[in-house]
Design a protein around this ligand. Sequence first.
Ligand SMILES: Cc1cc2nc3c(=O)[nH]c(=O)nc-3n(C[C@H](O)[C@H](O)[C@H](O)COP(=O)(O)OP(=O)(O)OC[C@H]3O[C@@H](n4cnc5c(N)ncnc54)[C@H](O)[C@@H]3O)c2cc1C
Length: 391
Amino acid sequence: MTPQESSQLLADVEAFCQEIRPVEEWCYAEHKFNDQVAPLAKKHNILGTIVPRELGGRGADTVTYARALARIGREGTGVRTFFSGHTSIGEYPIMTWGSDELKKRYLPAACRGEKILAFGLTEPEAGSNPLEMQSTFERKGEQFILNGVKYLISNGGIAEAIVTFAYPKTGTKRMSAFVIDTKVPGFTSETLLAKMGMPTSNTAMFEMQNLAVPAANLLGTEGDGFRIAMGSLVSGRISVAAGSLGVIEDCLAEVINYAKERLQHGKPIAKHQLVQEHIAMIEQHRVTSERMVLWAAELKDAATASPKDAEIGKKADLAAAQTKLFVANAAWDAADRAVQVFGGRGWSTLYRPGRHLQDVRVCRIYEGTDEILKLKIAASVLGGKEWEAFK
Ligand SMILES: Cc1cc2nc3c(=O)[nH]c(=O)nc-3n(C[C@H](O)[C@H](O)[C@H](O)COP(=O)(O)OP(=O)(O)OC[C@H]3O[C@@H](n4cnc5c(N)ncnc54)[C@H](O)[C@@H]3O)c2cc1C
């Protein structure tokens, strides 16, 4: 992507963010799903940022895409989660492991907003350990028949197509990855509403009951599913980290304005030293997180440029995990500090810090919990696979 294309994409993202803000504020206050995210993203042509141009996308590198997600993250973790589900773990596995035919069938439509995408790995009994999944597939002629339940899926109730995973009903226990359509017999979904945050985004569970999938909808080859799931999570983790950076940036902007205007004890609270400590720490989180997101995105771009280089692939995988762990926690702390600076008003969803605090907590859970990422980092430092604590 040229510098001009990158600036144009970021300008389009900026225009989207300005339009989505009042809608998101209203939806948040009403506790309603924000159904304008996809149409406005379509209007500004940002539904296929990383998809190659010949397939209808913008062809963004990871660094540009991370910058875009950081900007979107300022509008709220719910808005950014839509893009992570649709692009980072929806379009990404199709463009990386799909056949040419599959790419042509799904990606241009996804870029035009005709097919919203999601990624369904988690199941009621398989979260941190996806290997414990129970979904199955069986080959019948030119189709695969899928059965199983997927749980806590971002965009799962609004998607037209979902990248999902299952084990063969019989034979070797190696999972495969499929793109399933949702407007077909055998697919049902239920939106999950009892959430602690992100009321404006869609999280759902879905069931596949003898769902027939064309054989051509297999991603990679049979048995490639775990590799595809883990590979997609590198892209997904960078998206969560970049979005969390946006949360930190927004918290900083909010506390700077508020602390200068709010007077207590005869002066702006920004002049009280303990309030300045909060502001300094949010700024520290911002600077460090920005560097880490850039580092992880650059490594991901290097890995994409050299797909056969296992070493750079491993580095990109680890950097994504380290960055996601750090920035998600930094954003949680930044939102907590911003709430504190806002005092009683902070402890309210009428103001942005309170909404960020509610929403960003999930970034320490999805796409790899804090604990799982720590285990991954420790195993790597200790010397690799033989040190993995969950074995
Ligand atoms: C809003 C939201 C959106 C989501 N979106 C998606 C999505 O789009 N697609 C998708 O596939 N999934 C999605 N998820 C699911 C998410 O990835 C899982 O919730 C997450 O992986 C954790 O799994 P779990 O909830 O089953 O927790 P569990 O795996 O049951 O873990 C519970 C606790 O035990 C800890 N734990 C587990 N094993 C170990 C271990 N070996 N050592 C130490 N601690 C351990 C965990 O870290 C955690 O603290 C979403 C979740 C949420 C909340």
